[in-house]
Design a protein around this ligand. Structure first.
Ligand SMILES: [Zn+2]
Length: 209
């Protein structure tokens, strides 16, 4: 008898069970699973995954819980070959499903910014209100990445605050430098505010305190 091991992962999504069953089924097909079967009674999908090094199968179960749907993916694979000694065939099987599942669920549906209806992510125009979705996609892609370094922004404000109380000149310089860094990294409002406030507080602090 072959030695077999299992591994499972659970994550949750929002939406309708039937739709996620469809998406999971598509993901299994895309991921190269054979013999994909859907059991609508159990909200369960099964598929076989076989290649040169991996022999196994997957069971994907959808468990609706109020607004959320818990998705449990369990893979079972032969663990008595050389390949299994060096890598995890079960992880490979789970990834094969998950990667395709995420891609298809991201690509599958978006919300029209004009009418708010769910539409296909690959449609050029909204079928409901004819909003040009392809234009929006191009615009979204060309937006610069959002600057998210909150620590530097907070540090800038701390320097601004300190420049009013202790070592005004020293913290004024730090506040200005951090303001410039935040400015050049895209947090323009914070950067400008930090530079201006550092200068005001630093100068006031130096001469008044
Ligand atoms: Zn629309």
């Amino acid at each position: 008898m072959a030695v077999r091991r299992s591994k499972e992962e659970t994550f949750s999504v929002k939406g309708k069970t039937e739709e996620w069953l469809k998406k999971a089924e598509q993901a299994l097909h895309k991921g190269g699973f054979a013999n994909v079967k859907t059991n609508l009674l159990l909200n369960q999908l099964t598929g076989d995954y076989k290649n040169l090094t991996i022999w196994g199968e997957i069971i994907v179960t959808l468990l609706p819980e109020g607004e959320n749907i818990k998705i449990n993916a369990k893979s079972t694979a032969n663990a008595d070959n050389i390949y299994a000694l060096f890598s995890s065939p079960n992880q490979k099987i789970l990834d094969q499903f998950k990667n395709n599942f995420y891609n298809s669920s991201i690509m599958a549906l978006i919300y029209c910014p004009d009418c708010g209806k769910e539409v296909s992510g690959s449609a050029n125009n909204c079928p409901n209100c004819a909003y040009p979705l392809s234009k929006m996609r191009n615009q979204t892609q060309s937006f610069p990445p959002v600057y998210q370094n909150n620590q530097l922004i907070i540090a800038g404000y701390i320097a601004v605050f300190l420049s009013f109380f202790i070592f005004p000149f020293f913290f004024m310089i730090i506040g200005v430098v951090l303001g410039i860094v935040n400015l050049t990294k895209g947090a323009i409002g914070h950067g400008v505010l930090q530079i201006v406030l550092s200068l005001i507080f630093g100068i006031l602090g130096t001469f008044l305190v």
